[in-house]
Unconditional design. Structure first.
Length: 290
């Protein structure tokens, strides 16, 4: 039985990559769904699939996370994991789709929930922006903020795994404003690229970025509703390079040593339980010898 993957917004659900990828359950926010209905939604999800992993971005409204924790408390359930991620909207949607892909594999719910932190390190998420004057989620120097007010300026910004900003020039092409040393650090592994176009007209992600990163394929997606707010402008083209193939994702997660959470007894990988968030105990230091 696949573990249910849920999200806090429909804009974080990308089309599946294959017929075996299950859909994600969308949990409406507290502004549109009363508490008793939200409790019924998650109860039905866990009764149907056994366990539920809810991906809630760190940038979601505080009321959204508070509602999820309240519902889990009211259900008194240890079968609901609330996974937080700092990835921008399109990167979060890519991570959600990877969890959906892996949910049909032989991983326990605990391994799947804790795998989200591992997978996020392999998502190269960024955007081409018409301005960085209101960009708050990625460290940007004062000079770039001032240049962000210049008409026609375009910026390539990488939010993770290594934040970076490059000014591209008025045409959105790296050749006019970025020298050879000014490039976005790309993945050292084969990826596909997902693009979501906002109100900015530029082909830089396909003409410059994709060849530089040796991208295997490019897919277009709808711009997440939350993207303009996250990036500080609607004049953008958001992108996310990711590991697309299920066998590769499966091998990546399988290669990490599994532990048992000392608190809730769920299986996990990494240093923190995906269900109760308890850290993995560190080994006691060896006693000093005389």
């Amino acid at each position: 039985m696949p573990t249910a993957i849920a999200v806090t917004g429909a804009d974080l659900v990308l089309p599946p990559t294959d017929p075996q990828t299950p859909p994600a359950a969308v949990l409406p926010g507290p502004e549109t769904r009363p508490l008793d209905a939200a409790v019924a939604d998650l109860r039905a999800l866990t009764e149907r699939d056994g366990h539920a992993i809810v991906v809630c971005p760190e940038w979601a409204p505080p009321a959204t996370a508070q509602r999820l924790h309240a519902v889990r408390s009211l259900l008194e359930s240890d079968r609901i994991a609330i996974v937080r991620t700092a990835l921008p909207p399109l990167g979060t949607a890519v991570l959600v789709r990877q969890l959906r892909q892996l949910s049909v594999c032989d991983f326990s719910p605990g391994v799947l929930a804790s795998a989200a932190r591992l997978l996020a390190h392999y998502v190269y998420a960024g955007a081409v922006l018409g301005s960085v004057a209101r960009l708050d989620h990625v460290p940007v120097g004062l000079g770039s903020h001032l240049k962000g007010w210049l008409p026609g300026a375009h910026f390539a910004v990488l939010a993770g795994p290594e934040p970076r900003l490059v000014r591209l020039g008025s045409g959105g092409s790296g050749g006019s404003g970025a020298g050879p040393a000014e490039t976005l650090p790309g993945p050292a592994f084969t990826t596909d690229l997902v693009l979501a176009r906002g109100q900015l007209t530029t082909d830089w992600p396909t003409t410059d970025l994709a060849p530089a990163w040796r991208v295997r394929a490019v897919q277009e997606a709808s711009l997440p509703e939350s993207s303009p707010r996250w990036w500080g402008t609607g004049k953008l083209v958001e992108f996310a390079a990711h590991l697309p193939d299920l066998p590769v994702l499966h091998q990546l997660v399988s290669s990490v040593r599994r532990e048992t959470c000392h608190w809730c007894r769920m299986e996990l990988i990494g240093d923190r339980c995906g269900f109760c968030a308890a850290p993995l105990p560190t080994a006691d230091p060896a006693p000093a010898t005389r």
